[in-house]
Write a protein that binds this ligand. Structure first.
Ligand SMILES: Cc1cc2nc3c(=O)[nH]c(=O)nc-3n(C[C@H](O)[C@H](O)[C@H](O)COP(=O)(O)OP(=O)(O)OC[C@H]3O[C@@H](n4cnc5c(N)ncnc54)[C@H](O)[C@@H]3O)c2cc1C
Length: 437
């Protein structure tokens, strides 16, 4: 490949991820071409022409180190994250959360990038990357049109448009005095944890589900939803016994404590190889988050369930990163092309920015002739990158301690992760340049 041309770096989409990619490059003196379509065409969720627009809440979630989101931020700050620097500069009071004035925040990101003089902005809707140079696709969860078609082509037709995720809970919050390990008819290697219900418990649970509050959705989403899979509350509404003949069927799941099959069983399946996270099988749901917590805690053995990730059902485009991307978020089939942001399978503003930081940092290394580097696995950033590039069945994921494991003392886990990240920075020479450039 032509050495001169490969130095050209193009970022498609100046959202949370794309802006962070560009920042990690310009602060090291590299030029970046940003291709952003907002001035010509806006996605259904964007309204301003500024970079890094927060499309919904103005909160970047917790700053508390005992919270996974807090740890994620603290790790990113070690690298001089533009998104976090601007968030801190434009903070509005919100307790332990990092909430921002969204207009000032987006202005800050846009101005800091443009002020460097190293960013060229091309106002266009990119339909596919150019044939030369390095390209980063950071077009977010609403990617559509010709670019989506191109992505489908290069990723083997995989671009999910619907996100139906069952809640995920931490393994350590499951009461194994009540639940038991068993595979249906004994076929398997102890992959499932089962929560047994008697008739009374099942009926109370059914009653609670059919009366719980759900998140409303528009007709387009409703149609997609029913084409794909039924939420648990819809199954429940179709009849009192529907759940126990469906996802809660107990056949072949004898409880070793009684020697009998229970009346109904909620099955939990490992979400990660380490077995620190479990999902509720067949529980894709539109229930409001508060309702999910209340109802899940009615399940015998899950009275103290810690929900790591709530169930959701909504439109969301993301690729099957474990299949098509390498550890550096490059297309396996064309390593000139990187992906960053929510489209890689992370979920959330800060998580999206983090993947941008990772990609920007590694592209800088690449063009400087250095080895690319992977974040340590026991940091929140590293655990998230590891998850989206190796999950057996990728589900959009936000930061949570289940990804790292390491015990219930979150403060200790967080301190260890931060130490690891500092050592990583030291050993790779990735010094944080205070205040950028
Ligand atoms: C409706 C909705 C609400 C959300 N609410 C929250 C929330 O409250 N909290 C939270 O943490 N997360 C939320 N998210 C999830 C996620 O964090 C955000 O979507 C986040 O903005 C993703 O960052 P990103 O950089 O990947 O994409 P985006 O921020 O969406 O940026 C993508 C950019 O690419 C541009 N673009 C797209 N296609 C092209 C093209 N072909 N050519 C050129 N430019 C293009 C777009 O104009 C946009 O500027 C929400 C998502 C959605 C869809």
């Amino acid at each position: 490949m032509n050495e001169q041309k490969i130095q050209e770096i193009h970022v498609v989409g100046a959202g949370l991820a794309g802006s962070e990619v560009a920042w990690q490059l310009v602060k090291k003196g590299h030029k970046v071409v940003i291709h952003e379509m907002k001035r010509i065409k806006k996605s259904p969720v964007h309204t301003s022409n500024l970079f890094a627009e927060l499309v919904c809440s103005n909160s970047l979630k917790s700053m508390d180190l005992k919270n996974a989101e807090g740890l994620l931020k603290e790790e990113m700050r070690l690298f001089g994250s533009l998104i976090l620097d601007c968030a801190m500069e434009n903070r509005v009071p919100a307790g332990k959360a990092l909430a921002v004035d969204r207009e000032k925040f987006a202005k800050c990101v846009t101005e800091k990038l443009l002020k460097t003089g190293l960013v060229e902005v091309v106002d266009e809707e990119v339909k596919e990357p150019g044939s030369e140079g390095i390209w980063v696709i950071a077009t977010g969860p609403t990617t559509d049109g010709e670019l989506a078609e191109w992505i489908k082509k290069v990723t083997g037709g995989v671009l999910n448009f619907f996100d139906a995720v069952a809640p995920i809970i931490s393994a350590e919050s499951i009461n194994m005095d009540v639940c038991y390990v068993a595979d249906r008819y004994g076929v398997g290697s102890g992959d499932y944890i089962n929560c047994p219900m008697n008739k009374e418990q099942y009926e109370a649970f059914w009653e609670a589900i059919v009366n719980a509050e759900v998140v409303e959705m528009d007709d387009f989403d409703r149609k997609l939803l029913f084409e794909r899979c039924q939420p648990i509350e819809e199954i429940a509404r179709s009849g009192k016994d529907a759940m126990r003949y469906g996802p809660l069927r107990p056949v072949g799941l004898r409880d070793p404590k009684t020697g009998k099959e229970p009346y109904a069983v909620v099955q939990l399946r490992k979400e990660n190889v380490e077995g620190t996270m479990y999902n509720l099988v067949g529980f894709q749901t539109r229930l409001k988050w508060g309702e999910q917590l209340r109802i899940i805690r009615m399940i015998p053995g899950l009275e103290n369930a810690e929900i790591l990730r709530y169930g959701v059902m909504h439109r969301n485009s993301y690729i099957e990163s474990p299949k098509v991307l390498d550890k550096f978020l490059r297309l396996k089939s064309d390593p000139r092309i990187f992906f960053a942001g929510q489209i890689t399978g992370v979920e959330g503003y800060v998580e999206s920015a983090m993947t941008g930081l990772y990609v920007g940092l590694n592209i800088a290394r690449l063009v400087e002739g250095k080895e690319m580097v992977e974040f340590p696995r026991k940091t929140m950033c590293g655990a998230l990158i590891d998850y989206i590039t190796s999950a057996h069945e990728l589900k959009p994921m936000y930061a949570n301690f289940g990804l790292i494991g390491g015990g219930k003392n979150r403060e200790k886990v967080a301190q260890k992760a931060l130490e690891e990240m500092k050592q990583f920075i030291e050993s790779t020479g990735e010094k944080h340049i205070e205040g950028g450039i």
